[in-house]
Structures are given as structure tokens and as C-alpha cells.
Design a protein around this ligand. Structure first.
Ligand code: PLP
Length: 485
């Protein structure tokens, strides 16, 4: 009776969806075995040796339920034990795989937040391995034999690279901003231009972080124009900090005005107020050397007089997820002693990767070559074209049935909320088909293991060679060989 009820319910649902139905599902349905019966079969008993009985029963139940649906909808008409066994085996294998896994980035977005932002340099990976495998002097001073500080491993490097007096690192830039505001401005007013009240990636919004930090937001100016006199007009004995926020992921263009950092610093000095800049992406080297829009480097911001500067470790810097804070000694000291810092602290593997990444910046050419984010941003157009041709030739060797492939010029993006107006010329392989829609093509590429992620443009599926890695090429070729099957 139970089965009958389910049977009609499912038919009802499926007919609403307009699916084809099996006119006579009863014979195949009768063949669906019971869970207990299956567990007695030789092959299933083998699986039981590797999986808990409870888990196996759960997986078998799920499989049988799916089979019942497939038979009722007419997608399947037959059922036999070897097939059931094979399918169960595949399902168990899939569920044993890591959920967080590698994907191939063909989107052309170099710092893709959804795909894990920056890739790490080989030097950073090596340091992670060693630090994870062995004990380390994380908080141990080898000179004195006493307790040490976890910041000591990167502080001198950051000072050297940015010219700041002091530095520390936390979990990410959002944490850096929260910690700074909470330490320097809790219960007091922080002045920010209305043009800089940004939202980054949906969850980081300056007004909300401000509220959580306990600081009071004092907005000044308008969306498009803020003048120094706007800041001046709201200063009172409640004011404790002047904040500048990098409008990372958007630009206000046209009739606009922003107060330069130098003028804010001068204002701060006249009134004894510190100035903080949330740089967002923050770069140690001038990215205009790659043909990108000129952005002030962290060093330039420090030299312009900012007292506190915060930026991300895994955006333009090309390191691990981290929030880097540089600035005046007294403020950094205060941030370090804030109890909140303990909850936001950086872990040792991140620290290992960050130190190795920062070391590469001692030589800019070395950094551009070894740090994948910078390497991808600096590939020449002729090299990109050469790569596109190489991949094209590889794919043409075993053409996929019905799939049209061409090389087209395209533009890649920096991503990570950095330089939203900088589009870099690049080349992509474009896929289209008479038989399959572009969304079907996209889905198929996404279903390989590792999944291949690209983007759809003008009814074509694009793989931008800028973000593809060398070892991705033969894999993509193998996928196309298996395209029809
Ligand atoms: C990206 C960004 C943040 C957040 O940095 P995370 O490292 O992702 O926490 C904060 N402020 C600005 C201006 C940003 O661009």
C-alpha cells in the first residue's frame, strides 16, 4: 500500500513537470530488491567491509529510491543487481572524495574570490609543508629561549617592504579593519566620506563593521563629492579617527571629488587625530608596470602619512588569506594588546606562506615571476596568443563530436574587488555547438573532475588562457575526447 501511494504521488508530480512516464512500470518496480536482501549479496558484503553498516544502508536506501523514481518516470525500464552494485560503488567513491577540491579556472578572473583567490608560490607551499610537518618556533624566541611573538616572523619584512614603523597580521582584512576600529575608536566617532561606504562581496560593509566594532560612524559629504571642509565641519571632541576606504570594486566617475590622503593627514595632524586607510587589495609593487591602472602602493600610502594601513594577503599581494596592518608603533602596539586580537589571530600555516611570499618581494622581478597572481597579470599578449594556439592544436587532434572550437580575443579581469576598470586583453577558446545549448556545454565542462569553470559570452562558452595552468591543457583535451560519451 505504501508503495502504491508513493507511486501515484510521484506520477502526479512528474506529470506536472511534463516528464515522460513509464506506461507500465509495475514489472520493473517489482524487481527492486529490499535493503536487507541486498546486504546479503556477495558484492554488497564486500562493501560492508569498508563502510559502516549504518552508512551502507543509508546509501542503498537512497539509491533504491532514485531507481524507483527513474522507473516511474520512464527514464529507466530495467533493473538488475550488477548495475545496482556498480552504481552504489560509484556513489560511495564520490562521497569519499574531498568536498573542497581543485577546479580549473578558465574565467580569466585572476583573483577569483569564489574560486579561492590567489594561488600560492612554490616557495610558500614548501614553507607550509615544513611548518605543518614539524614543530616550529611559532611563539618561541630561539635567541633567549623564552616565549616569543608570532608576529616577529613577518614584522621586519613588512617594515622593510612598506617603510612603516610597525606591523602585525590577522586572519583577513575584514578582521584587520574590525580590530583597528574596535581598538582605536570604540564609543567614539569615526569620520568617513559617503562616497566610501562600500560593500565588498556581500558580507563586508563598512557601516556594519563599524557598528560591530563599537565605533560610531560619522558620514560626511555626498556620494559623488566630499571636500576637506566637510570633514572639518564635523570634528568635535567625540571624533577619534579619520578613515579612508578604498572603493575597491566600483568607481564613481564624472562630477566627483575625493579628499587626497595627504590633505586628510594634514587635517588629522592639525587636530591630533590619526588617519587610517583600508586599502583593500593593497600592493607592495606598482602594478602599472603590468599595464594596469596606477594604484598607490602600500609604501606610498605610508609615506603620505597614514597612521594605520590595512590590506588583504590574498588579493594583489598574491599570498595566503590574511589581514595585514602596518603603521605607527603606538597604534600597532594597542591593536596587539586588544583581547579581540586573540580571536582574529593568524594561524601558523598562513604565517609560513605569508613570510615566504613577502620574501619574494625583495626583488620585484622575482616576485612577478614566482607569485602566480603577479605572473598571470604580467603575461604578454603574444604569450597568451601562443598559449591559445597551443591549446587549440591539442584540442583539434581529437575533435569532440559536434563541438565548434575557435580562438577569440577577449578581456580578463584582476578580480578580488581590485581595479574594477582594468580589463586586460587576452585570448580565449570559444566553444559552441549546433546540437547543445551553451548552458549545456557550460554544465558539461563543470561536470568533469576536476571541474572546468569558464564563462558564457554571446552564446559561446569561453576558456580564457590567462588563468589556465600548463597542466590543465592535456586534461581539457582528454575531456573533449570523452565529450560525446
Ligand atoms: C577586500 C576588501 C576587504 C575585505 O578583505 P578580506 O581580506 O576579504 O577580509 C575590506 N576592505 C576593502 C576595501 C576590500 O577591498
Amino acid at each position: 500500500m505504501g508503495i502504491q501511494a508513493t507511486y501515484y504521488e510521484i506520477i502526479e508530480q512528474d506529470s506536472q513537470k511534463g516528464m515522460i512516464m513509464n506506461p507500465d512500470p509495475a514489472p520493473a518496480l517489482k524487481k527492486i530488491p529490499s535493503v536487507t536482501l541486498l546486504l546479503e549479496e556477495q558484492e554488497f558484503r564486500q562493501l560492508a567491509a569498508w563502510n559502516s553498516r549504518k552508512y551502507l544502508v543509508h546509501m542503498i536506501r537512497e539509491l533504491l529510491a532514485d531507481k524507483r523514481k527513474a522507473i516511474l518516470s520512464g527514464q529507466e525500464t530495467e533493473l538488475d543487481l550488477p548495475t545496482l552494485w556498480r552504481e552504489l560503488e560509484i556513489r560511495l567513491k564520490t562521497s569519499a572524495e574531498s568536498h573542497l577540491r581543485r577546479v580549473i579556472n578558465g574565467t580569466g578572473v585572476v583573483i577569483h574570490t569564489n574560486l579561492g583567490r590567489s594561488l600560492l608560490a612554490a616557495q610558500a607551499l614548501e614553507q607550509i609543508q615544513t611548518t605543518a610537518r614539524y614543530y616550529s618556533n611559532l611563539e618561541f624566541d630561539l635567541q633567549s629561549g623564552q616565549r616569543g611573538s608570532r608576529y616577529s616572523h613577518v614584522e621586519d619584512l613588512l617594515i622593510e617592504l612598506t617603510g612603516a614603523e610597525a606591523a602585525m597580521v590577522v586572519n583577513n582584512n575584514a578582521a584587520a579593519v574590525l580590530l583597528a576600529l574596535n581598538t582605536l575608536a570604540k564609543g567614539k566617532e569615526v569620520v568617513v566620506s559617503r562616497g566610501q561606504l562600500v560593500e565588498i562581496g556581500g558580507s563586508f560593509r563598512i557601516p556594519e563593521v563599524m557598528t560591530r566594532s563599537g565605533a560610531l560612524l560619522r558620514e560626511v559629504g555626498t556620494t559623488n563629492k566630499t571636500h576637506l571642509r566637510d570633514y572639518e565641519a564635523v570634528l568635535s571632541d567625540q571624533t577619534t579617527l579619520l578613515l579612508k576606504v578604498h572603493t575597491s570594486n566600483y568607481r564613481i566617475v564624472g562630477f566627483t571629488a575625493e579628499v587626497p590622503l595627504e590633505d586628510l593627514v594634514a587635517l588629522g595632524q592639525r587636530h591630533g587625530l590619526p588617519v587610517m586607510e583600508d586599502l583593500g587589495s593593497g600592493s607592495i609593487i606598482d602594478v602599472s608596470r603590468f599595464g594596469l591602472e596606477k594604484e598607490p602602493t602600500v609604501g606610498e600610502v605610508v609615506r603620505a602619512g597614514a597612521d594605520i594601513v590595512t590590506f588583504s594577503g590574498d588579493k594583489l599581494l598574491g599570498g595566503p588569506q590574511a589581514g595585514i596592518i602596518v603603521g605607527r608603533k603606538n597604534y600597532i602596539q594597542a591593536l596587539r594588546s586588544n583581547p579581540l586580537n586573540r580571536a582574529l589571530r593568524i594561524d601558523k600555516l598562513t604565517l609560513a606562506a605569508l613570510e615566504a611570499t613577502l620574501k619574494l618581494y625583495r626583488n620585484e622581478d622575482q616576485a612577478s615571476q614566482h607569485i602566480p597572481t603577479l605572473a598571470q597579470l604580467s603575461i604578454s599578449l603574444s604569450e597568451l596568443q601562443e598559449r591559445a594556439r597551443r591549446l587549440f592544436r591539442l584540442l583539434k587532434k581529437n575533435p569532440a563530436a559536434g563541438l565548434k572550437i575557435e580562438i577569440i580575443p577577449t578581456t580578463s579581469q584582476v578580480g578580488g574587488g581590485a581595479l574594477p576598470l582594468s580589463f586586460m586583453n587576452s585570448y580565449a577558446l570559444a566553444f559552441s555547438s549546433e546540437e547543445e545549448s551553451v548552458s549545456e556545454i557550460e554544465k558539461k565542462f563543470r561536470s568533469f573532475s576536476p571541474p572546468i569553470i569558464g564563462r558564457i559570452e554571446k552564446e559561446k562558452f569561453l576558456l580564457d588562457v590567462r588563468t589556465l595552468q600548463k597542466e590543465d591543457f592535456p586534461f581539457i583535451a582528454r575531456c573533449l575526447t570523452a565529450w560525446g560519451s
